[in-house]
Write a protein that binds this ligand. Sequence first.
Ligand SMILES: *[C@@H]1O[C@H](CO)[C@@H](O)[C@H](O)[C@H]1NC(C)=O
Ligand SMILES: *[C@@H]1O[C@H](CO)[C@@H](O)[C@H](O)[C@H]1NC(C)=O
Length: 187
Amino acid sequence: MEKLIIFACILLLAVHTTPANSAYYTRSEAYNPVQLKKTHLHFFLHDTLSGKNPSAVQIAGPKSITDKNNPTPFGTVFAIDDLLTEGPEATSKVIGNAQGMYISSSQGKNLTLVMYVDLGFTEGRLKGSSLSVFSRNPVTESHREMAVVGGRGVFRRAEGTVFVKTHFLNYTNGDAVLEYDVEVVHP
Ligand SMILES: *[C@@H]1O[C@H](CO)[C@@H](O)[C@H](O)[C@H]1NC(C)=O
Ligand SMILES: *[C@@H]1O[C@H](CO)[C@@H](O)[C@H](O)[C@H]1NC(C)=O
């Protein structure tokens, strides 16, 4: 009991004294770098615009659309919750999801997206960790890369690259399966 009271007093003291004595930031001190590790990931992303249960839905777009056959004209913004799977088939094992959004960003003929996406993993050692992708994605190029600018969990302060290959793309309805090869360096 006595110990408990002492502990409570210390806690109270700490709560009361800390704000008075410190600013809203700490003093900067030397940062000791740790040995960085490299992790390689390989999976497929399913971006489905068609059907009753699309994983990508348009949330904004231009007022007037000139080409009705283009599902992603310049200025359209999609919110996504795309499945990540081990293999390219829709029935393949789900290992995570890509949540965020992308915008159709090119006024030219070639479809370009800028992605603001968090690739979250739900299986194995990486469960609960995620990678932050913030990058241009020139969709018409068969091999392309996107920047990984950070992450969560195992991938805290990660940096890396997603190499993207189109496995399947339906130009009519926009449905796509993308192969993601990720190289990431993290503490
Ligand atoms: C559009 O894409 C094609 C095929 O990748 C490429 O040859 C062409 O240079 C691109 N055009 C522009 C304006 O980027
Ligand atoms: C592409 O989408 C169109 C329109 O939804 C559909 O009719 C067609 O069967 C699709 N093609 C493939 C190969 O899935």
